[in-house]
Unconditional design. Structure first.
Length: 261
């Protein structure tokens, strides 16, 4: 094992065997199954309890050069936090699978892209302003320009949520979990991302610093469905309250809150 210290988080990393996969799960799906549009970003709402935000939030333009509230700014910090978040997820899920008596297979690769269609999931080109898990090829892909903008505007904790959510889709595939409605799959992935961060913090594998919960709450508001999005629509992910409730249920209550079956 090796101890990694990146930005506001400390992660103990462990490597695990290479995987297989089977389907495509977008982080910010709106109306279609595979290729989806990105979401706008909301700044921290200033709630007294950041784990109980409401549905409000003011959109912030992407691409600014302003540092986040915790001072995150550089591309080097971004890359370190991405690597740290992935290793934290690998450590967490390898432990969960081991406790269940199963062999864990890590997601095969994490890759960045910059242009529409630069990377495909199966025959579907991935759009900008997005992050996805693609099980055909078993990889997570994200638009690096969009992700860096979110990192600078919201903070580094958002990257741990983003990677945790996408990694959760890989775990769902490995466990054979499927739901009738997209929103069920997505809210469960939010809960699993919360469990991975909360349990890692309790195990002292991940150190959550002052302001990180505000950043997580702001990020969850930012990726919520637009008002009026039907819950049963293909690609629905949930309102800000639904996504926040799901995430913090896992964060506080561990993986048992996520009903993996």
């Amino acid at each position: 094992m090796e101890l990694f210290r990146y930005s506001d988080f400390e992660v103990v990393a462990a490597m695990s065997p290479l995987p297989r996969g089977g389907r495509f799960w977008p982080l910010f799906a709106l109306v279609v199954t595979l290729v989806v549009a990105g979401a706008c970003f909301a700044g921290p709402g200033g709630e007294e309890d950041p784990t109980q935000p409401d549905d409000s939030g003011t959109p912030v333009a992407t691409g600014t050069a302003q540092a986040g509230a915790d001072g995150t700014m550089t591309v080097e910090e971004f890359e370190q936090d991405i690597q740290s978040a992935v290793r934290a997820a690998e450590l967490y899920w390898s432990g969960e699978f081991r406790e269940a008596g199963q062999r864990f297979q890590r997601v095969g690769r994490i890759t960045a892209y910059e242009r529409d269609g630069e990377i495909e999931c199966g025959s579907q080109p991935l759009p900008r302003n997005n992050a996805v898990y693609c099980s055909e090829g078993d990889f997570i892909a994200y638009d690096i320009n969009w992700a860096v903008a979110a990192f600078r505007q919201i903070g580094d904790a958002f990257l741990y949520y983003l990677l945790g959510h996408e990694y959760a889709h890989g775990v769902q595939i490995r466990l054979g979990i499927r739901y009738e409605f997209t929103i069920e799959q997505e809210l469960q992935a939010d809960c699993m991302a919360g469990a991975y961060i909360g349990d890692s913090e309790r195990a002292q594998a991940l150190s959550v610093q002052d302001g990180d919960l505000d950043e997580l709450a702001a990020g969850l508001r930012a990726v919520a469905d637009d008002p009026g999005q039907p819950w049963f629509a293909e690609g629905a992910h949930g309102t800000a309250k639904q996504r926040t409730d799901a995430f913090f249920a896992g964060y506080r209550g561990s993986i048992e809150a996520c009903e993996l079956g």
